[in-house]
Design a protein around this ligand. Structure first.
Ligand code: ADP
Ligand code: TRP
Length: 324
Protein backbone atom coordinates (compact mmCIF):
# COMPACT_ATOMS: atom_id res chain seq x y z
CA UNK A 1 0.00 0.00 0.00
CA UNK A 2 1.29 3.49 -0.83
CA UNK A 3 0.09 6.44 1.19
CA UNK A 4 -0.75 9.27 -1.23
CA UNK A 5 -1.70 12.68 0.13
CA UNK A 6 -2.68 15.97 -1.43
CA UNK A 7 -4.58 19.14 -0.57
CA UNK A 8 -6.26 21.96 -2.41
CA UNK A 9 -6.71 25.39 -0.87
CA UNK A 10 -10.17 26.88 -0.57
CA UNK A 11 -9.17 30.43 -1.40
CA UNK A 12 -11.74 30.54 -4.24
CA UNK A 13 -14.29 28.49 -6.18
CA UNK A 14 -12.89 25.36 -7.84
CA UNK A 15 -12.41 25.92 -11.58
CA UNK A 16 -11.76 23.94 -14.74
CA UNK A 17 -7.97 24.18 -14.19
CA UNK A 18 -8.25 22.73 -10.66
CA UNK A 19 -10.48 19.93 -11.91
CA UNK A 20 -8.39 18.88 -14.92
CA UNK A 21 -5.02 19.69 -13.34
CA UNK A 22 -5.49 18.38 -9.80
CA UNK A 23 -8.78 16.70 -8.87
CA UNK A 24 -9.14 14.28 -11.80
CA UNK A 25 -5.47 13.13 -11.76
CA UNK A 26 -5.76 12.59 -7.97
CA UNK A 27 -8.92 10.55 -8.49
CA UNK A 28 -7.10 8.41 -11.07
CA UNK A 29 -4.57 7.54 -8.36
CA UNK A 30 -7.41 6.75 -5.97
CA UNK A 31 -8.73 4.13 -8.40
CA UNK A 32 -5.62 1.94 -7.97
CA UNK A 33 -6.30 -0.61 -5.29
CA UNK A 34 -2.76 -0.38 -3.89
CA UNK A 35 -3.12 3.31 -3.03
CA UNK A 36 -4.38 4.60 0.29
CA UNK A 37 -5.29 8.25 -0.37
CA UNK A 38 -5.61 11.17 2.01
CA UNK A 39 -7.20 14.14 0.23
CA UNK A 40 -8.07 17.33 2.06
CA UNK A 41 -9.16 20.93 1.77
CA UNK A 42 -6.38 23.20 2.97
CA UNK A 43 -8.68 25.79 4.54
CA UNK A 44 -6.11 26.90 7.14
CA UNK A 45 -3.74 27.83 4.32
CA UNK A 46 -6.57 29.85 2.76
CA UNK A 47 -6.65 32.18 5.79
CA UNK A 48 -3.35 33.66 4.56
CA UNK A 49 -5.38 35.39 1.85
CA UNK A 50 -9.11 35.12 2.70
CA UNK A 51 -10.22 36.87 5.89
CA UNK A 52 -13.98 36.87 5.27
CA UNK A 53 -15.36 33.97 7.36
CA UNK A 54 -18.55 33.48 5.33
CA UNK A 55 -16.63 33.48 2.06
CA UNK A 56 -14.02 31.07 3.39
CA UNK A 57 -16.74 28.70 4.58
CA UNK A 58 -18.55 28.90 1.24
CA UNK A 59 -15.36 28.25 -0.73
CA UNK A 60 -14.47 25.32 1.52
CA UNK A 61 -17.89 23.78 0.91
CA UNK A 62 -17.53 24.37 -2.83
CA UNK A 63 -14.11 22.67 -2.97
CA UNK A 64 -15.38 19.73 -0.88
CA UNK A 65 -18.47 19.41 -3.09
CA UNK A 66 -16.24 19.47 -6.20
CA UNK A 67 -14.13 16.53 -4.95
CA UNK A 68 -17.23 14.52 -4.08
CA UNK A 69 -19.04 15.47 -7.29
CA UNK A 70 -16.05 14.29 -9.32
CA UNK A 71 -16.36 10.89 -7.69
CA UNK A 72 -14.03 10.59 -4.68
CA UNK A 73 -14.88 7.33 -2.91
CA UNK A 74 -14.89 8.29 0.76
CA UNK A 75 -15.55 4.73 1.89
CA UNK A 76 -12.09 3.71 0.62
CA UNK A 77 -10.11 6.90 1.08
CA UNK A 78 -9.75 9.60 3.70
CA UNK A 79 -11.27 12.97 2.80
CA UNK A 80 -11.21 15.79 5.33
CA UNK A 81 -11.02 19.48 6.07
CA UNK A 82 -7.63 20.56 7.40
CA UNK A 83 -9.09 22.78 10.15
CA UNK A 84 -11.02 19.82 11.63
CA UNK A 85 -7.66 18.47 12.81
CA UNK A 86 -6.16 21.27 14.92
CA UNK A 87 -3.34 18.83 15.78
CA UNK A 88 -1.73 20.20 12.62
CA UNK A 89 -1.10 23.56 14.33
CA UNK A 90 0.83 21.87 17.15
CA UNK A 91 2.74 19.78 14.62
CA UNK A 92 3.59 22.96 12.69
CA UNK A 93 5.12 24.49 15.81
CA UNK A 94 7.42 21.53 16.39
CA UNK A 95 8.50 21.51 12.75
CA UNK A 96 9.10 25.25 12.70
CA UNK A 97 11.75 24.81 15.39
CA UNK A 98 13.67 22.61 12.93
CA UNK A 99 13.21 24.95 9.96
CA UNK A 100 16.07 27.30 9.11
CA UNK A 101 14.80 30.88 8.75
CA UNK A 102 16.62 31.52 5.41
CA UNK A 103 14.93 28.50 3.83
CA UNK A 104 11.54 30.19 4.30
CA UNK A 105 12.82 33.67 3.46
CA UNK A 106 14.14 32.37 0.11
CA UNK A 107 11.06 30.36 -0.89
CA UNK A 108 9.89 31.47 -4.38
CA UNK A 109 6.25 31.34 -3.44
CA UNK A 110 6.77 33.63 -0.42
CA UNK A 111 8.85 36.09 -2.46
CA UNK A 112 6.25 36.11 -5.21
CA UNK A 113 3.35 36.60 -2.79
CA UNK A 114 5.15 39.26 -0.77
CA UNK A 115 5.77 41.25 -3.97
CA UNK A 116 2.20 40.84 -5.18
CA UNK A 117 -0.03 40.98 -2.11
CA UNK A 118 -0.87 43.92 0.13
CA UNK A 119 -1.33 41.76 3.22
CA UNK A 120 2.10 40.18 3.76
CA UNK A 121 1.39 38.31 7.01
CA UNK A 122 3.51 35.84 8.97
CA UNK A 123 1.10 33.08 7.88
CA UNK A 124 2.37 33.49 4.31
CA UNK A 125 5.91 33.10 5.62
CA UNK A 126 5.14 29.97 7.65
CA UNK A 127 2.91 28.53 4.89
CA UNK A 128 5.47 25.86 3.84
CA UNK A 129 5.83 24.62 7.43
CA UNK A 130 2.08 24.14 7.76
CA UNK A 131 2.19 22.29 4.44
CA UNK A 132 5.04 20.10 5.75
CA UNK A 133 2.92 19.33 8.82
CA UNK A 134 -0.03 18.41 6.55
CA UNK A 135 2.17 15.84 4.87
CA UNK A 136 4.36 14.55 7.69
CA UNK A 137 1.51 14.17 10.20
CA UNK A 138 0.02 11.44 8.00
CA UNK A 139 3.20 9.52 7.11
CA UNK A 140 2.56 10.33 3.44
CA UNK A 141 4.92 8.69 0.96
CA UNK A 142 3.85 10.35 -2.28
CA UNK A 143 2.45 13.84 -2.76
CA UNK A 144 0.97 14.63 -6.18
CA UNK A 145 1.23 18.37 -6.83
CA UNK A 146 1.61 20.85 -9.68
CA UNK A 147 5.06 22.12 -10.66
CA UNK A 148 4.54 25.31 -8.65
CA UNK A 149 4.60 23.26 -5.42
CA UNK A 150 7.91 21.50 -6.09
CA UNK A 151 9.91 23.74 -3.76
CA UNK A 152 7.38 23.29 -0.96
CA UNK A 153 7.95 19.54 -1.21
CA UNK A 154 11.72 20.04 -1.07
CA UNK A 155 11.24 22.13 2.08
CA UNK A 156 9.06 19.36 3.55
CA UNK A 157 11.77 16.79 2.87
CA UNK A 158 14.46 19.04 4.38
CA UNK A 159 12.40 19.57 7.52
CA UNK A 160 11.68 15.83 7.88
CA UNK A 161 15.38 15.03 7.47
CA UNK A 162 16.33 17.71 10.01
CA UNK A 163 13.97 16.22 12.61
CA UNK A 164 15.13 12.67 11.85
CA UNK A 165 18.79 13.70 12.19
CA UNK A 166 18.21 14.79 15.78
CA UNK A 167 16.18 11.75 16.65
CA UNK A 168 15.85 8.54 14.65
CA UNK A 169 15.68 8.12 10.91
CA UNK A 170 12.32 6.44 11.31
CA UNK A 171 10.63 9.25 13.20
CA UNK A 172 9.12 10.99 10.18
CA UNK A 173 8.47 9.50 6.75
CA UNK A 174 10.37 11.53 4.13
CA UNK A 175 7.85 11.99 1.30
CA UNK A 176 8.42 12.17 -2.42
CA UNK A 177 6.77 14.70 -4.70
CA UNK A 178 4.91 13.26 -7.69
CA UNK A 179 5.08 16.21 -10.01
CA UNK A 180 2.46 16.08 -12.70
CA UNK A 181 4.76 17.11 -15.57
CA UNK A 182 2.38 15.77 -18.21
CA UNK A 183 -0.70 17.52 -16.88
CA UNK A 184 -1.66 20.41 -19.09
CA UNK A 185 -1.87 23.96 -17.87
CA UNK A 186 -5.44 24.97 -18.53
CA UNK A 187 -5.70 28.47 -19.94
CA UNK A 188 -8.20 30.97 -18.62
CA UNK A 189 -10.58 33.27 -20.49
CA UNK A 190 -7.70 35.71 -21.15
CA UNK A 191 -5.31 33.06 -22.51
CA UNK A 192 -3.08 33.12 -19.37
CA UNK A 193 -2.99 30.20 -16.89
CA UNK A 194 -6.47 29.84 -15.38
CA UNK A 195 -6.28 30.97 -11.77
CA UNK A 196 -8.60 32.30 -9.08
CA UNK A 197 -6.20 35.17 -8.58
CA UNK A 198 -6.36 36.32 -12.22
CA UNK A 199 -10.17 36.51 -12.42
CA UNK A 200 -10.14 34.44 -15.63
CA UNK A 201 -11.82 31.24 -14.49
CA UNK A 202 -14.41 28.93 -15.98
CA UNK A 203 -16.48 27.54 -13.14
CA UNK A 204 -17.90 24.28 -14.48
CA UNK A 205 -20.30 24.09 -11.52
CA UNK A 206 -21.81 27.55 -12.03
CA UNK A 207 -25.32 28.02 -13.38
CA UNK A 208 -25.64 27.70 -17.14
CA UNK A 209 -26.20 31.46 -17.37
CA UNK A 210 -22.97 32.28 -15.47
CA UNK A 211 -21.03 29.68 -17.38
CA UNK A 212 -22.26 31.16 -20.67
CA UNK A 213 -21.20 34.60 -19.47
CA UNK A 214 -17.72 33.37 -18.48
CA UNK A 215 -17.27 31.63 -21.83
CA UNK A 216 -18.50 34.79 -23.54
CA UNK A 217 -15.53 36.71 -22.08
CA UNK A 218 -12.91 34.41 -23.67
CA UNK A 219 -10.62 36.68 -25.63
CA UNK A 220 -10.50 36.08 -29.39
CA UNK A 221 -9.06 38.05 -32.31
CA UNK A 222 -11.21 40.15 -34.64
CA UNK A 223 -11.07 38.07 -37.84
CA UNK A 224 -14.55 38.36 -39.42
CA UNK A 225 -16.92 35.40 -39.31
CA UNK A 226 -16.70 34.53 -43.01
CA UNK A 227 -12.87 34.34 -43.12
CA UNK A 228 -10.81 31.18 -42.42
CA UNK A 229 -9.17 31.04 -38.98
CA UNK A 230 -6.24 29.21 -37.42
CA UNK A 231 -7.74 26.95 -34.68
CA UNK A 232 -4.55 26.39 -32.68
CA UNK A 233 -4.09 30.09 -31.96
CA UNK A 234 -7.62 30.49 -30.56
CA UNK A 235 -8.32 30.29 -26.81
CA UNK A 236 -11.82 28.90 -27.40
CA UNK A 237 -10.52 26.06 -29.57
CA UNK A 238 -7.72 25.28 -27.13
CA UNK A 239 -10.21 24.90 -24.28
CA UNK A 240 -12.59 22.86 -26.45
CA UNK A 241 -9.71 20.53 -27.33
CA UNK A 242 -9.29 19.59 -23.66
CA UNK A 243 -12.85 18.31 -23.36
CA UNK A 244 -14.30 17.22 -26.70
CA UNK A 245 -13.79 13.88 -28.47
CA UNK A 246 -10.98 13.75 -31.09
CA UNK A 247 -13.62 13.60 -33.87
CA UNK A 248 -15.42 16.68 -32.55
CA UNK A 249 -12.10 18.54 -32.22
CA UNK A 250 -11.18 17.65 -35.80
CA UNK A 251 -14.57 18.81 -36.98
CA UNK A 252 -14.22 22.16 -35.22
CA UNK A 253 -10.69 22.62 -36.61
CA UNK A 254 -12.05 22.07 -40.15
CA UNK A 255 -14.82 24.59 -39.57
CA UNK A 256 -12.27 27.19 -38.42
CA UNK A 257 -10.09 26.60 -41.49
CA UNK A 258 -13.03 26.61 -43.91
CA UNK A 259 -14.37 30.04 -42.88
CA UNK A 260 -17.99 31.01 -42.27
CA UNK A 261 -17.62 29.85 -38.66
CA UNK A 262 -17.44 32.54 -35.98
CA UNK A 263 -16.13 32.61 -32.43
CA UNK A 264 -19.74 32.80 -31.20
CA UNK A 265 -20.37 29.38 -32.74
CA UNK A 266 -17.22 27.97 -31.15
CA UNK A 267 -18.19 29.41 -27.76
CA UNK A 268 -21.62 27.75 -27.96
CA UNK A 269 -19.93 24.45 -28.80
CA UNK A 270 -17.60 24.89 -25.81
CA UNK A 271 -20.56 25.58 -23.51
CA UNK A 272 -22.25 22.46 -24.90
CA UNK A 273 -19.27 20.22 -24.30
CA UNK A 274 -18.78 21.49 -20.72
CA UNK A 275 -22.46 20.93 -19.89
CA UNK A 276 -22.32 17.49 -21.46
CA UNK A 277 -18.94 16.36 -20.07
CA UNK A 278 -19.77 17.48 -16.53
CA UNK A 279 -23.52 16.77 -16.51
CA UNK A 280 -23.38 14.16 -13.73
CA UNK A 281 -20.79 16.10 -11.75
CA UNK A 282 -22.89 19.27 -11.93
CA UNK A 283 -25.92 17.38 -10.57
CA UNK A 284 -23.93 15.86 -7.72
CA UNK A 285 -22.29 19.20 -6.93
CA UNK A 286 -25.70 20.85 -6.73
CA UNK A 287 -26.88 18.07 -4.41
CA UNK A 288 -23.98 18.59 -1.98
CA UNK A 289 -24.35 22.37 -2.06
CA UNK A 290 -28.09 22.10 -1.40
CA UNK A 291 -27.57 19.51 1.37
CA UNK A 292 -24.74 20.88 3.51
CA UNK A 293 -25.56 18.40 6.29
CA UNK A 294 -24.64 15.49 3.97
CA UNK A 295 -21.38 17.22 3.07
CA UNK A 296 -20.65 17.91 6.74
CA UNK A 297 -21.35 14.30 7.64
CA UNK A 298 -18.83 13.08 5.05
CA UNK A 299 -16.23 15.57 6.26
CA UNK A 300 -16.82 14.59 9.88
CA UNK A 301 -16.33 10.90 9.10
CA UNK A 302 -13.19 11.80 7.15
CA UNK A 303 -11.80 13.86 10.03
CA UNK A 304 -12.35 10.94 12.42
CA UNK A 305 -10.49 8.62 10.08
CA UNK A 306 -7.67 11.14 9.56
CA UNK A 307 -7.35 11.65 13.33
CA UNK A 308 -6.49 7.97 13.84
CA UNK A 309 -3.26 8.47 11.89
CA UNK A 310 -2.59 12.06 12.97
CA UNK A 311 -2.76 11.19 16.67
CA UNK A 312 -0.30 8.32 16.31
CA UNK A 313 2.27 10.40 14.42
CA UNK A 314 1.81 13.41 16.70
CA UNK A 315 2.39 11.24 19.81
CA UNK A 316 5.47 9.78 18.22
CA UNK A 317 6.88 13.26 17.58
CA UNK A 318 5.83 14.59 21.00
CA UNK A 319 7.54 11.83 22.92
CA UNK A 320 10.70 12.05 20.77
CA UNK A 321 10.90 15.76 21.61
CA UNK A 322 10.47 15.12 25.33
CA UNK A 323 6.82 16.12 25.77
CA UNK A 324 4.34 13.78 27.31
P1 ADP B 1 -5.27 28.84 -8.31
O1 ADP B 1 -4.13 29.21 -9.26
O2 ADP B 1 -6.58 29.02 -8.96
O3 ADP B 1 -5.17 29.57 -6.99
P2 ADP B 1 -4.42 26.58 -6.80
O4 ADP B 1 -3.04 27.14 -6.67
O5 ADP B 1 -5.31 26.59 -5.59
O6 ADP B 1 -5.14 27.31 -8.02
O7 ADP B 1 -4.31 25.12 -7.38
C1 ADP B 1 -4.88 23.97 -6.85
C2 ADP B 1 -4.44 22.82 -7.72
O8 ADP B 1 -4.96 22.96 -9.06
C3 ADP B 1 -2.92 22.73 -7.87
O9 ADP B 1 -2.55 21.36 -7.79
C4 ADP B 1 -2.62 23.28 -9.24
O10 ADP B 1 -1.47 22.69 -9.82
C5 ADP B 1 -3.90 22.93 -10.02
N1 ADP B 1 -4.17 23.99 -11.01
C6 ADP B 1 -4.50 25.26 -10.72
N2 ADP B 1 -4.69 25.99 -11.84
C7 ADP B 1 -4.45 25.15 -12.88
C8 ADP B 1 -4.47 25.30 -14.31
N3 ADP B 1 -4.79 26.46 -14.88
N4 ADP B 1 -4.17 24.24 -15.06
C9 ADP B 1 -3.85 23.04 -14.49
N5 ADP B 1 -3.81 22.83 -13.15
C10 ADP B 1 -4.10 23.87 -12.35
N1 TRP C 1 0.02 24.59 -1.17
C1 TRP C 1 -0.82 23.74 -1.98
C2 TRP C 1 -1.34 24.53 -3.20
O1 TRP C 1 -1.46 25.72 -3.13
C3 TRP C 1 -2.00 23.22 -1.17
C4 TRP C 1 -1.54 22.32 -0.06
C5 TRP C 1 -1.57 22.59 1.28
C6 TRP C 1 -1.00 21.02 -0.20
N2 TRP C 1 -1.06 21.54 2.00
C7 TRP C 1 -0.70 20.56 1.12
C8 TRP C 1 -0.72 20.21 -1.31
C9 TRP C 1 -0.14 19.31 1.33
C10 TRP C 1 -0.16 18.95 -1.08
C11 TRP C 1 0.13 18.50 0.24
O2 TRP C 1 -1.65 23.92 -4.22
Amino acid sequence: MSRILTGIQSSGKPHLGNILGAILPALDLARHSENDCFYFIADLHSLTTVKDAALLKENTRAVAAAWLACGLDTSRHTFYRQSDLPQVAEFTWYLSCFTPYPMLANAHSFKDKSDRLKDVNAGLFVYPVLMAADILMYDAQFVPVGKDQKQHLEITRDIANAVNKYHTSELLVVPEASIREDVMTVIGTDGQKMSKSYGNIIDVFATEKTLKKQIGTIITDSIPLEEPKEPESCNVFNLYKLLASPEAVEEMANLYRRGGYGYGHAKSALLGVILDRFAEERKRYEFFMQNPEVLEERLKEGAEKAAETANVVLSRLRSALGYS
